[in-house]
Design a binder for this molecule. Structure first.
Ligand SMILES: [Zn+2]
Length: 336
């Protein structure tokens, strides 16, 4: 008798599976894994992997990105702003404290924890016309039916040791031994003191974080940017936020009646927030993204399909085939 978790007699697993398909770009790696008999507990997964490094900037450590002016104001001995300062996205200079091991470790742990917010939140419904994941169990062969599983959207942050090697900036590679780093973050520790003695709050952006930006809402929002998402009004199609100043206050406003969105000022998720996975599934399957419906029901089981649709295999793409222009622009340091 079948157990509740394993209700069907499964044919023996194929030792050569699961099917594995990978798309690389300079923003992230996208991996599609198709098990032979994908079901709720063993789904087809599309995993976006971001390899990141954290560079804790202080008086002893230089920025990842010295060609950008936004990190340092060199101190001038003898003046009232002697010391080390970080420039925020409002171009204000804030005094930096030095990091210690414990505060670095806390930041790193909280950053990594941000992964959970975006992992396993969406499922893509495999369209009627796509049969690449279909399979048959023993009974299906008799009954002339198949199963069509859906795709679980996964997210993984992978920490890469920071060698502080500026030549690696923006570099990427197809070499699996050296796949490069997708997201190089500078992290500063400022506590609201500006160079001129006044106070304010440090305004981070997507490549320069303050020590307290790993508190939940902020890190979830920033990782949304790292996944290529713009602010909620832009996601909803508001032209002023797409073409104009995407950081303007109204671009963060979620329409009434919806939970404030993570790409605004809250933690709500809409199906629209699945856009990075929807865009990537196109590259893996050579289909049109709009055909893949999004659901937040991440345990939606495969559906029964009458007959056997001639199998369209998952398209194995050679590395770097993904057209970069169609992928989200992650490295927009103006996003706050
Ligand atoms: Zn933002």
């Amino acid at each position: 008798m079948a157990s509740p978790l394993n209700p069907w007699p499964l044919p023996p697993a194929n030792p050569n599976s699961p099917y594995y398909n990978i798309v690389r770009c300079d923003k992230f790696i996208s991996e599609l894994i198709v098990p032979d008999f994908a079901f709720v507990w063993n789904p087809v997964t599309l995993t976006i992997k971001i390899r990141y490094s954290l560079n804790f900037v202080d008086s002893r450590t230089k920025s990842h990105n010295p060609e950008e002016a936004w990190t340092f104001l060199e101190g001038y001995a003898g003046t009232y702003y002697e010391g080390h300062y970080a420039r925020d996205s409002n171009e204000e200079y804030f005094k930096m404290d030095d990091w210690d091991f414990n505060s670095q470790r806390t930041f790193a742990r909280k950053f990594k924890d941000g992964q959970a917010f975006w992992d396993r939140k969406f499922m893509l419904t495999t369209p009627d016309e796509y049969s690449g994941f279909d399979y048959q169990l023993l009974d299906d062969v008799k009954n002339n039916t198949s199963w069509r599983p859906n795709v679980l959207c996964r997210f993984e942050l992978i920490s890469v040791p920071n060698k502080n090697d500026i030549k690696m900036w923006n570099s990427w590679s197809h070499d699996s031994d050296n796949p490069g780093v997708h997201l190089r973050l500078d992290v500063v520790k400022t506590r609201g003191k500006k160079y001129n003695g006044t106070t304010g709050s440090f305004r981070s952006h997507s490549l320069l974080y303050n020590y307290d930006d790993v508190d939940e809402y902020t890190i979830w929002h920033e990782l949304g940017h790292a996944l290529g998402q713009d602010h909620i009004q832009a996601l909803l199609g508001n032209g002023a936020c797409i073409m104009g100043d995407g950081n303007a206050g109204p671009c963060y406003v979620t329409p009434e009646g919806m939970e404030p969105n993570v790409m605004g000022s809250g933690k709500g998720l809409l199906d629209l927030n699945a856009i990075p996975w929807v865009e990537l599934i196109q590259h893996h399957t050579k289909t049109i993204g709009a055909k893949w419906e999004v659901t937040q029901n991440t345990v939606m089981p495969p559906r029964k399909i009458p007959g056997v649709v001639p199998k369209k295999p998952v398209v194995p793409l050679p590395a770097a085939v993904a057209p970069q222009s169609n992928l989200p622009d992650v490295f927009d340091p103006t996003r706050t």
